[in-house]
Design a protein around this ligand. Structure first.
Ligand SMILES: Nc1ncnc2c1ncn2[C@@H]1O[C@H](COP(=O)(O)OP(=O)(O)O)[C@@H](O)[C@H]1O
Ligand SMILES: Cc1ncsc1CCOP(=O)(O)O
Length: 271
């Protein structure tokens, strides 16, 4: 069965411990792809929820001590049950608190998938702070000259941490310890909406709840979201701005079919 069809049939429960900026958009993207979102971060219910959820998405966009503790608790139980955990290290480069929190999540939870923009992924794999906010810094954009070295660094990290890495930007990299894909779907308007990265992480989370091959699922979800960005851009009319585009993006996922994804996916296998 194809990925969206499977997700819409099995409706995986996706537990999100996420930020208060983009929480509603993430929930709606999960619904649009067929999943069932559950946003919760009360420490006393983490174990029960982890028993019921198929996937956990930890997003550190507005992390605090309380949600950090909840993330560790939920993550540990999820992994004990052999379930999927995705980490979105939003703004990891802005503070030592975020960097240390991510380190602790890596060692105690061991998320199988980590997705961030290029600044966030660079901070993660180098230990040096990149970026001064939640967006990609101009200096961290991938170029032809930096691509190979970056993939090698990412693959080392994947090997050490036993995970898949997804770095987002104008083009996206999906890397595991052996393979690397470059996704060329997407639209420049996506950077004008806060939360397009958070929503991609949420979408990957939902599809991981239905997919078998994790790398392939991450690749398909990334193409799908980029394709949604392209379709949404076609709906922009006079008077529309980034708020309309944000809604068109979610609508595009809601209307998406596996056939459209197969026909519209624009990626190359680099390794
Ligand atoms: N200039 C761009 N052109 C095409 N797609 C883009 C562009 N900028 C971002 N995207 C897409 O938007 C989504 C979020 O990426 P990004 O904005 O880099 O992440 P984040 O929101 O975590 O900073 C990804 O699907 C990415 O491919
Ligand atoms: C603006 C902002 N501040 C804290 S989280 C957040 C949203 C970040 O969304 P994304 O990582 O998808 O750009």
């Amino acid at each position: 069965m194809d990925l969206l069809q499977a997700c819409r049939k099995y409706a995986p429960l996706v537990h999100c411990i996420t930020n208060y900026v983009t929480v509603n958009d993430c929930a709606n993207v999960i619904i649009a792809s067929g999943g069932r979102p559950l946003m919760a971060d009360e420490i006393t219910e983490m174990t029960e929820i982890a028993q019921k959820a198929e996937v956990l998405v930890i997003n550190i966009g507005t992390l605090n001590q309380r949600t950090f503790t909840a993330s560790l608790a939920a993550g540990k139980v999820m992994r004990q049950y052999g379930k999927m955990v995705l980490l979105d290290p939003v703004g990891i480069g802005v503070s030592t608190f975020r960097q240390k929190a991510v380190q602790e999540i890596l060692t105690t939870v061991k998320p199988q998938v980590i997705r961030g923009n290029f600044s966030e992924i660079l901070t993660l794999i180098s230990g040096q702070q990149h970026g001064s906010g939640v967006d990609i810094a101009q200096t961290d954009q991938m170029t032809q000259a930096t691509q190979d070295g970056l993939i090698a660094q990412m693959q080392d990290f994947c090997q050490q941490s036993d995970c898949i890495l997804i770095a987002s930007g104008p083009e996206d990299l999906i890397v595991n310890s052996q393979q690397a894909y470059l996704v060329q779907n997407g639209h420049a308007l996506m950077k004008d909406v806060t939360g397009t990265g958070c929503q991609l992480s949420a979408l990957i989370g939902a599809l991981l709840g239905a997919g078998q091959d994790w790398t392939k699922t991450c690749l398909t979800a990334t193409c799908m979201w980029g394709l949604a960005g392209e379709k949404a851009a076609k709906k922009i009319t006079v008077g529309d701005g980034n708020a309309s585009y944000r809604n068109y993006l979610i609508d595009a996922v809601y209307q998406m079919t596996d056939k459209e994804v197969k026909e519209g996916a624009n990626y190359v296998k680099l390794r």
